[in-house]
Design a protein around this ligand. Structure first.
Ligand SMILES: NC(=O)c1ccc[n+]([C@@H]2O[C@H](COP(=O)([O-])OP(=O)(O)OC[C@H]3O[C@@H](n4cnc5c(N)ncnc54)[C@H](O)[C@@H]3O)[C@@H](O)[C@H]2O)c1
Ligand SMILES: O=C(O)[C@H]1O[C@H](OP(=O)(O)OP(=O)(O)OC[C@H]2O[C@@H](n3ccc(=O)[nH]c3=O)[C@H](O)[C@@H]2O)[C@H](O)[C@@H](O)[C@@H]1O
Length: 389
């Protein structure tokens, strides 16, 4: 619960209550950010989204302690004249709205580009024209592939961090060719970052850009056939959770050799709250937000999730817990992948003193406990129904 004690920022100054226009508040990150803000601060939220299932518990009933501090507006920002008014009413806008599942990047490239670039344009424009601060959500995918991935496989330089650690102010953005439509998302995100940056440089927009590195936790995406389309392909956490719940092998795309660093959503949200409440330290910056200590290959992730889920569910793992699939079979033509993603933490440490805390094992343990509690029964029901063909 938010206490009445005056909260102070990192420089010891009292934090005044803000009105925050949060676009995409009904998604995975938005739902955790709303929870954190309502529980720990006195800020008000204008929550904009086309869906609100993931924040329903925060909106109802009216007797909730924070009632009156969150207002849901069902708005599609592609075409809604209320957007500018809501931005004007707020001190700060946070834009989370996006198509951000890789299965869409090569199969729905137009929707992906519109969502991540065109639809974000009015938000940037209204913030700039009305002198409002903007926190814009980009992605670690803007880095694309590492420089090291172009070196010969046996080159010792591949072990040198200079060839793979991703730095906001130094690393280049390296994408594949145009027919590799995977990069439609990263390219759209890069261009909107450049636009936000240019609005800052030319028109004085106060902005912060966030580059999340694989934030994971409860409420991420959907479980196909339960709370999302049967044929839908969510991000890896939900794909692997779905397979574990159904007792099917986890699919490893192209051998599961790609590497990722995973950060617990609750750690990452702490960083966002620091950005919200420390504008003088966050404005004008681009921040990597990830956990460099939680690196695994996708194959290792699958093995760890299998072991954790066996503990959580009490059911032994399958004898053959994984199966290999090609990216063409799994994602279709035009897929490509980021090889390795280690965030450099210098800027966020220096500006906000933030560090992630939760190990991969611990975050998988709490997340898979949530998945089991939330979905195990529903999956059993779905699987016991006769299939229509
Ligand atoms: N989760 C991660 O690890 C991660 C990593 C990198 C970048 N990001 C970025 O962070 C942001 C949020 O990601 P998330 O994981 O919460 O995704 P999400 O899909 O769960 O949330 C996005 C929300 O935006 C809403 N939305 C999309 N288009 C909209 C529109 N036109 N009008 C209104 N609402 C709209 C969706 O309904 C959804 O609720 C995205 O910009 C994403 O690119 C997330
Ligand atoms: O989370 C992030 O930081 C960013 O990266 C994600 O991209 P990616 O990590 O490639 O997406 P995942 O679906 O989580 O896949 C991770 C890896 O697992 C693999 N994978 C995925 C699903 C599966 O069933 N099996 C499998 O091997 C993918 O090929 C990829 O190598 C998404 O693009 C965004 O949500 C976000 O911008």
């Amino acid at each position: 619960m938010a206490s009445s004690v005056v909260r102070v920022d990192l420089d010891g100054k009292p934090i005044n209550p803000l009105t925050i226009c949060m676009i995409g508040a009904g998604g995975f990150i938005g739902s955790h950010l709303c929870e954190k803000i309502l529980n720990e601060t006195q800020h008000k939220i204008l929550a904009l989204d086309v869906y609100n299932d993931k924040i329903k518990h925060l909106l109802e009933p009216d007797s909730l302690p924070w009632a009156g501090r969150i207002q849901f507006h069902r708005i599609n920002i592609k075409h809604d004249s209320r957007l500018e008014g809501l931005i004007k009413m707020s001190d700060l806008t946070i834009n989370l709205a996006a198509i951000c599942t890789p299965a869409d990047y090569n199969t729905r490239p137009l929707d992906t580009i519109y969502s991540n670039f065109i639809d974000a344009l009015p938000v940037v424009k209204y913030c700039s024209e009305n002198g409002k601060r903007l926190i814009h959500f980009s992605t670690c995918e803007v880095y694309g592939k590492t420089i090291g991935s172009f070196l010969p496989k046996d080159s010792p330089l591949r072990q040198d961090p200079a060839y793979y650690v991703l730095k906001e102010d130094a690393s280049p953005c390296i994408f594949g060719s145009i027919e590799k439509q995977r990069w439609s998302y990263a390219c759209a995100k890069q261009l909107i970052e450049r636009l936000v940056y240019a609005e800052g440089a030319e028109n004085g927009l106060e902005f912060t850009i966030v580059r999340p590195f694989n934030w994971i936790g409860p409420r991420m995406d959907f479980i196909p056939g339960v709370d999302g389309p049967s044929e839908g392909v969510p991000r890896v956490l939900a794909c692997f959770s779905n397979a574990l719940l159904r007792r099917e092998p986890l699919k490893l795309v192209d051998g599961g050799e790609s590497q990722r660093t995973f950060v617990y959503i609750k750690d990452a949200i702490e960083a966002v709250l620091l950005m919200i409440e420390n504008p003088s330290r966050a404005n004008g910056h681009i921040f990597n937000v990830g956990n460099p200590n939680n690196e695994v290959t996708v194959r290792q992730l699958a093995e760890m999730m299998t072991a954790v889920y066996a503990n959580v569910s009490g059911e032994p793992a399958l004898e053959e817990p994984t199966v290999d699939v090609s990216s063409k079979e799994f994602y279709g033509e035009g897929y490509d992948d980021s090889d390795k993603r280690i965030p450099d933490m210098t800027i966020i440490n220096r500006q906000l003193g933030w560090n992630p805390k939760t190990s991969l094992w611990d975050l998988l343990d709490s997340t898979l406990t949530y998945q089991h509690k939330t979905y195990a029964e529903a999956i059993k029901k779905v699987m016991s129904q006769p299939t229509t063909s």
